[in-house]
Design a protein. Sequence first.
Length: 123
Amino acid sequence: MDMKLELVAVPVTDVDRAKEFYERVGFNADHDVPVSDEIRFVQLTPPGSACSIALGKGITEAEPGSVQGLQVVVDSADEARRELLDRGIEASEVSEFPWGRFVFFADPDGNRWAIQEIVEPAG
């Protein structure tokens, strides 16, 4: 049986601010549906990804900013960092580890992301 991770809830305080932020990062806004006065469902997908994030009102009881370690994979960490900076997103310098090159950023609530460029181990 296949099991595909397709949606991760990201808790935020201001849905409109978060949606605008993730669109600036480059995520595609797939859905923005006000279901009721208590529920608003916003789905955004990173380009090329099979997994999306969900923001909104009434989506999760997790504390805004509590999601840590979300990760996307790119061909070039340097290019990803350059694109984030060009879009006005604060991003770390590229960090080098034996398992990859990484750039880190956070949304306005402090949910933290890693962008990984996979590198083949030497040897």
